[in-house]
Design a protein around this ligand. Structure first.
Ligand SMILES: Nc1ncnc2c1ncn2[C@@H]1O[C@H](COP(=O)(O)OP(=O)(O)OP(=O)(O)O)[C@@H](O)[C@H]1O
Length: 387
């Protein structure tokens, strides 16, 4: 657990980057810092590994003040990933990943074996190990950055906009793989982003910072969407709040209808009353939508409209199912099981009747307003270090 206790940071010149921030980052979970530009997210992140020293207040890791530990030793136990990866340009990919193991005096073979293992873990071909950073794409460089941060298996990872510099498709891939990796590794992760969608996708908890370094709300994504603490948070989350809330509603309990489902060999007369029927093969795989009033003979012989996106019952959220309904020619979403066989269909109204409930995690009190203080004179510590 990482604990911020009344942390304030005033830079020389008077800028208040953090204003009496108190919060907890739970062990083994992802806490995301979001908010306006200049809201203090990066400053907050860097107080954890002592790249920034607070003017007042304390940061504790598992109850111990980080100031009791030497910065270099502290940082070896904390992975750090930044935008553009920050790789050493004149070192090979393998040596970049092995940076911290080398610092820890592992022998060269062990360090390189670990680097190779991590390349596979983050989805990189180990053959790339001999290349230099400039010979990799932006997305590949970010993967190297993640591998490097994981090299010494630190329990904590600090990630400062790690996926911001890549295009949206690569970004979504990196996010998905990051979540898969976290399911295996259970690191305590603090992740900075300015992108609320990224925060909602990745965060177990989201901390929203406002200009002036004020923590406005820390909450689960569901609660943040459902109960923004104030107009600032509501505005920051933006429109589509209701639709986004549906990302957390599960389709497992949905009652699906089979009334509209027919096999390809069925006769159109059998579905005469229906405006649309979903035609399926013998394994109940969806083939397409037919309009019985316009079809004579076997349904499978009719001109079928494409099924469009489907949703996996119990696996996908109501938001995905609703998207499938909107894009379906019939207005009905097609629910399938894990083999792709049709379970049944649901209308938009059926889907919206599903209760949305949280994944857990109560609403914390927002940070108290700052007490006025004299400007501090703490200087920023060494801002380098890849560990
Ligand atoms: N070394 C520094 N010296 C003086 N002021 C600083 C320093 N670093 C940051 N600041 C100021 O502190 C405030 C918070 O900066 P910080 O980088 O933490 O914000 P942020 O929320 O991460 O912003 P962004 O989303 O734009 O990266 C800003 O006003 C910034 O200009």
């Amino acid at each position: 657990m990482i604990t911020f206790e009344g942390v304030t940071k005033r830079y020389p010149g008077g800028t208040v980057a953090l204003d009496d921030v108190s919060l907890e980052c739970q062990t083994g979970r992802i806490t995301v810092f979001v908010g306006t530009s200049g809201g203090g997210k990066t400053t907050a992140l860097r107080t954890i590994n002592r790249m920034v020293e607070p003017t007042s207040g304390r940061v504790l890791i598992d109850g111990k003040d980080v100031r009791e530990r030497k910065p270099a030793e502290l940082r070896r136990g904390i992975g750090y990933v930044i935008q553009h990866a920050g790789l050493f340009p004149h070192r090979t990919i393998l040596d970049n990943i092995a940076t911290v193991p080398y610092l820890l005096s592992w022998n060269k073979k062990k360090a390189r074996d670990r680097a190779l293992e991590l390349m596979e873990r983050v989805g990189l071909d180990p053959a790339m190990g001999k290349r230099y950073p400039f010979q990799l794409s932006g997305g590949q460089q970010q993967r190297v950055g993640v591998a490097r941060a994981l090299a010494a298996d630190p329990p904590i990872m600090l990630m400062d906009e790690p996926f911001s510099a890549v295009d949206p498709v690569v970004r979504a891939e990196l996010q998905d793989e990051f979540l898969r990796l976290q399911e295996e590794l259970h690191k305590t992760i603090v992740f900075v982003t300015h992108d609320i969608d990224e925060a909602i996708k990745l965060g177990d908890r989201i901390a929203v910072f406002q200009t002036g370094g004020r923590l406005v709300q820390i909450d689960s994504p569901e609660n943040l969407l459902a109960h923004p603490a104030d107009d600032f948070v509501a505005g920051f989350i933006g429109q589509n709040r209701g639709i986004r809330t549906l990302s957390f509603a599960e389709t497992g309990g949905l009652r699906l209808s089979s009334d509209t489902v027919r096999t390809a060999t069925a006769d159109a007369a059998d579905a005469a009353g229906a405006e649309w029927v979903l035609v399926v093969d013998d394994d109940r795989r969806p083939l397409g939508w037919a309009r019985p009033p316009e079809v004579t003979g076997q349904l499978g012989k009719a001109r079928l409209s494409p099924v469009g996106p489907t949703f996996q019952v119990g696996g996908d959220s109501v938001r995905t199912a609703l998207d499938a309904a909107v894009l379906s020619p019939s207005g009905l979403a097609v629910g399938v099981d894990e083999t792709g066989a049709v379970v049944g269909t649901a209308s938009g109204t059926d889907l919206l009747a599903v209760p949305t409930h949280g994944r857990g995690g109560g609403q914390d009190a927002p940070a108290a307003p700052a007490a006025p203080e004299e400007p501090g004179d703490a200087e920023e510590a060494d801002a380098g270090g890849a560990g």
